[in-house]
Design a protein around this ligand. Sequence first.
Ligand code: CA
Length: 301
Amino acid sequence: MKHISKEKAIFSFSSKHKPVEIVKPSELVLFEAEDALGGQVKNESISMETLDWSRVNGSTGPVYIEGAEPNDTLVVEILDIKPADKGVIVVIPGYGVLENMQFRGKAKIVTLKDGFAIFDEKTRVKVKPIIGTIGVAPHACMREGIPTSIPGKHGGNMDVKDVTSGTKLYLPVFTEGALFAAGDLHAVQADGELCVSSIEVAGQILLRFNLIKGKSPRWPLLETQESYMIIAAAENLDEAAKIASNEAIEALMREHDWSFEEAYMFGSLAVDLKINQVVDPKKGVRAVIPKEYITLESLLY
Ligand code: CA
């Protein structure tokens, strides 16, 4: 099994990064991840103004996947996510969905114990660890790449609460070797990620890669037990909802040989739009299609 140290962190997804490891499809790979704040918050008395933002939102990697070429699909099987036993939530003035409100910067260290995050003496939340940032390098023409804080077609900072163990993520490959990286673990997160951070936590991720040659999804696609989810991102939620819906309707047209009108009607009955997060530089919406109505084939181009 390959082991990728958290010391190997990138702050942008880019084809110009040198891979830190070469992995073969079907090989097991263990990624260590620092928390999204770069491990800087060790206690609750820290002032948010002293955070070094250049260390925030790192992703471990990138790894080169042998045989991956543009227009392929990189299949990422998420086998396990092990969070550390403590994480941190922060609120920062001017950030989050209520950025307009007056409030103070504050950090809260949260202990994870027996499968629960201990929020306060009376309140705990069941731990369900997710990978917040997971993606590949964008097309080589984007020389500067995309900061790890931004979600997009390449994946990135999607902050989707369903990107958890037991799921499979399908990412379009834009560059040779795909140059995959991941990090930004959350011990648990709700749709929206209201306050801009979740329980940011260090930890380990066990992954296995595979390739589908010669076709790819247009946006990251997540397969859960019950559904396929098309994960879109845009400047605002309306636009992200449009993209996710459009992709879902087109896939349904292909699957059932339906006209646009038929697929559009069916979308109202069976496709759920869910908010991923409303706090990152681009906002995210996913279209959730139950597996009984769609196959993977119709979601790849
Ligand atoms: Ca994040």
